[in-house]
Every structure is written in C-alpha cells, then in structure tokens.
Write a protein that binds this ligand. Structure first.
Ligand SMILES: [Fe+2]
Ligand SMILES: [Fe+2]
Length: 231
C-alpha cells in the first residue's frame, strides 16, 4: 500500500513525477520497498522530524510521545494534509507533517497566554503539545481509505487509536475535539481542547500561509524552501 500511495502523491505534488513514479514502481515490483523510507525508526529520527517534542517539559511525557510517533502510520510522513481549507503547501507531498508542525508553532503562542492567565496548568500545556503532534496522525484513516482527502472521523479515530498508549485522558480529549464544531469527534469542552482546536484552525487557514516551524527536517527544507525555522 505504501509505495502506491507515494506514487499517487508524487503525481499531484511534483512535476518530475514520471521519473519518480517509475522509480517507486520499479522498487515496488522488485519487492524492495515495503514501507515509506521517511518513517522514523529511532528516537533520534523522531526528534529530527519533531524537535517540538523537546518543548514538552516532562521526561515521561516526552518519552511516551516519541513512542506514539514511532507508531504513526507510514503515510503520515509523506501525505498531503488536505486539498481544501489549507495553504497550498499543505496540499502537496509532506504537507501533513508541515501542517502538524505549524499547529505546534501556533499552539506555543496561544498556550503561553492561557498559562499566564491561569486557564491552563503547566501539565495541561504539555498535554496540548502532545495533542497537537498527534491530532492528524490518522487523517486519511487506518488503514488509509481516503488517499485523496480527509477521513471525516479522523478526530475520533485518532483518539480511539491513541487509547492503546499510556496517555493522559486530556490528551485524547484534545485530539478528539480538534475539529471543533465540524467532523465526528466531540466539541471542545475545556480551555485545553479549545486552544488545540484554535491552533489547528489558525494553522490551516489559507490566509495565514507563512507560519514558521521548529528546526524543519532536511526533507521539509528541500520540499518547502520558503518555510522558515521559527525563533
Ligand atoms: Fe484534523
Ligand atoms: Fe490539523
């Protein structure tokens, strides 16, 4: 399944798709590729893709986050975010990772104020950081059923999938409610859930297409040369 998906995204995202498509197809028919070469396999590789994990101030929560990210479906690492309601870069290959990192950036700004005002505890700030990284992990379903778009219950699916890990309930709640009044998951019912939802909306807005991201992975730098590292 993985290589077929890669080929599909290349057709949409790249004007060199013919070469790359054939390359992947050749690999696939030789049985040499069974999964995406982008999916991180080690803690170090996870932190290269998501240095945002180092913003989490609790070591146990950081380690559990790494464990969850290692289990993300392979397509997460190369799929687009969505065709509609997103800045154009999110619509191409690796767009889902870029979108996710932009949600993290936006969340950092919002949670700082909410924490200072006493609306979010330090623990909750960390739970939100985790929820932002996890929120679209199953954007296209698992197994993927919508290579061309968003699965309507991906908020609910993700929180269900996350329940197999050792995570605070509040993380699952923020993932399930990240789409606010839309899609299948519940609506936000507390400050943490509202802020994660707001961060996702802000980072998906085509009117807000230049959000910087934390230490972008070399693959993202090459694919999105216009995307700057955040301060
Ligand atoms: Fe989503
Ligand atoms: Fe999202």
């Amino acid at each position: 399944m993985g290589p077929c998906w890669e080929a599909l995204y290349d057709v949409k995202a790249s004007n060199t798709y013919v070469t790359r498509n054939l390359f992947i197809h050749t690999y696939h028919t030789n049985g040499m590729v069974t999964q995406s070469s982008y999916a991180p396999q080690t803690t170090e590789q996870v932190l290269e893709w998501f240095p945002e994990i180092n913003d989490i101030t609790d070591e146990d929560l950081r380690n559990e986050t790494i464990h969850v990210v290692l289990n993300f479906p392979d397509y997460f690492w190369y799929a687009p975010a969505a065709k509609r309601h997103h800045p154009v870069e999110h619509q191409s290959r690796h767009g889902l990772v870029l979108h996710t990192k932009r949600v993290c950036t936006t969340y950092e700004r919002l949670c700082e104020s909410m924490n200072k005002q006493g609306f979010l505890t330090d623990d909750e700030v960390n739970y939100g950081r985790m929820a932002c990284i996890f929120h679209d992990a199953l954007k296209h379903g698992e197994p993927p059923t919508q290579p061309d778009g968003t699965v309507k219950n991906h908020d609910f699916l993700a929180s269900l999938w996350l329940s197999q890990f050792d995570l605070p309930e509040k993380v699952l709640g923020a993932v399930e409610s990240h789409n606010g009044p839309w899609y299948v998951g519940k609506k936000p019912t507390n400050h943490l859930e509202q802020i994660v939802h707001m961060a996702d909306m802000m980072a998906s807005d085509p009117n807000n297409p230049n959000i910087k991201v934390k230490d972008p992975h070399p693959v993202l730098v090459e694919k999105f040369p216009r995307v700057d590292p955040r301060e």
